[in-house]
Write a protein that binds this ligand. Structure first.
Ligand code: ADP
Ligand code: MG
Length: 348
């Protein structure tokens, strides 16, 4: 998908760590006055003045979190930033800075690293993030990336997982399940390719699903929308695992229960047709799939008029007082207990 045609590639052994960092980072522009010192010293210096500082970090490990046979390095770099800043937005904060640390085996070239960094820089441009440092080391096998995202919020605006109140609306941004379905499509293509490498995959009918998997976006737009609408959620979390485990996190930390309505969960039409083709249960995908990077929040009912009809926000249930009642209300109106994994048909 993203092959380097140039055979004159530079092995990492042939350039020092310092030269590599310089090569990868020399074109980085600083966007924020709060960045007093960026890459180049022993530490970055950031000035958050009266704001509270939000910090979040994540690992991406080859073979565990990504497979380079269908994940182009540029996309991987982009995604590494997205999954981290998504955590800052989930606190109702604005991400401003990142550091990126990489452990690289000698199978990678300087040019391959630049592809990775192009993706990182693209995400930083799009989301107005200053890339202010990192670390570089070698690994005996594979690629590991660790990103730390730093952001800001006024103390009064920060939203935790533990604030859900009885009767709050459970609201989700965007649509669910597509990123996981995109992974299934890519995995199937990989198997087909193994059998017949000449096979040219026709992925046209899966473009949205694949994009959701390879090039996810973080919902900064939703954080801005909530601020415009003057809505402060009582709790919020980003959906990196499935909807069910994220909602159960909110319920557990808030000591509350929920009624989640199966028939309210939002899907893209492409997901529905592809689920039929793969014979997968769409609810199961949304509940247990993951990597959607949508925001799941609880909102007091008084705000309902402000969000109803907004295509970006869907009410999918209600918070209940009793923490023992974490319910999934099925399409036939029967009620089952919400489980963090394994509801529904056994497929995945
Ligand atoms: P140290 O030996 O003190 O860890 P480094 O040589 O690792 O110093 O880092 C020098 C500078 O380069 C620092 O500002 C550091 O943040 C930055 N840096 C190191 N590795 C990376 C990387 N992979 N991406 C971006 N910046 C990096
Ligand atoms: Mg270092």
């Amino acid at each position: 998908m993203f092959k380097n045609k140039d055979n004159n590639l530079t092995k990492l052994d042939n350039i020092g760590e310092f030269n590599l960092i310089e090569f990868l980072t020399n074109d980085i522009n600083i966007k924020h006055k709060s960045t007093l010192k960026s890459i180049g010293d022993d530490a970055a210096v950031l000035d958050y003045r009266s704001k509270k500082v939000l910090v979040s970090t994540d690992f991406l490990v080859e073979g565990i979190h990504f497979d380079l046979s269908y994940m182009p390095l540029k996309h991987l770099g982009y995604k590494a930033i997205i999954v981290n800043i998504s955590d800052i937005y989930a606190m109702n904060g604005i991400a401003k800075h990142v550091t990126v640390s990489v452990a690289i085996s000698n199978r990678f070239t300087k040019e391959a690293m630049l592809e990775l960094y192009d993706g990182i820089k693209l995400a930083c441009e799009k989301y107005k993030i200053d890339f202010v440092g990192g670390d570089t080391t070698s690994s005996t096998s594979g690629l590991t990336i660790s990103v730390t995202a730093i952001g800001e919020a006024n103390q009064k605006d920060i939203v935790y997982r533990n604030g859900a109140k009885p009767n709050d609306l459970i609201v989700v941004s965007g649509d669910l399940g597509s990123a996981y379905m995109g992974l299934k499509v890519l995995q199937r293509e990989k198997e087909v390719f193994k059998v017949n490498p000449k096979n040219q995959p026709d992925l046209d009918s899966y473009t949205y699903l694949i994009e959701r998997q390879l090039k996810p976006e973080a919902r900064l737009d939703i954080i801005m929308l909530l601020s415009e609408l003057k809505i402060k959620p009582t709790s919020m979390i980003d959906i990196s695992d499935g909807l069910s485990s994220e909602l159960l996190h909110i319920c557990k930390q808030s000591n509350k229960g929920c009624d989640l309505y199966e028939n309210k969960i939002p899907y893209d039409p492409q997901l529905l047709t592809t689920c039929e083709e793969f014979n997968l249960n769409v609810t199961n995908l949304a509940l247990n799939g993951g990597e959607d990077y949508e925001l799941l929040m609880t909102i007091p009912q008084v705000h309902y008029d402000k969000i109803k009809g907004n295509p970006n926000l869907t009410v999918i249930g209600y918070i209940k007082d009793s923490d023992s009642e974490t319910n999934l209300v099925l399409r036939d109106e029967s009620v089952v207990k919400l489980k963090s994994r394994g509801w529904g048909s056994s497929e995945d």
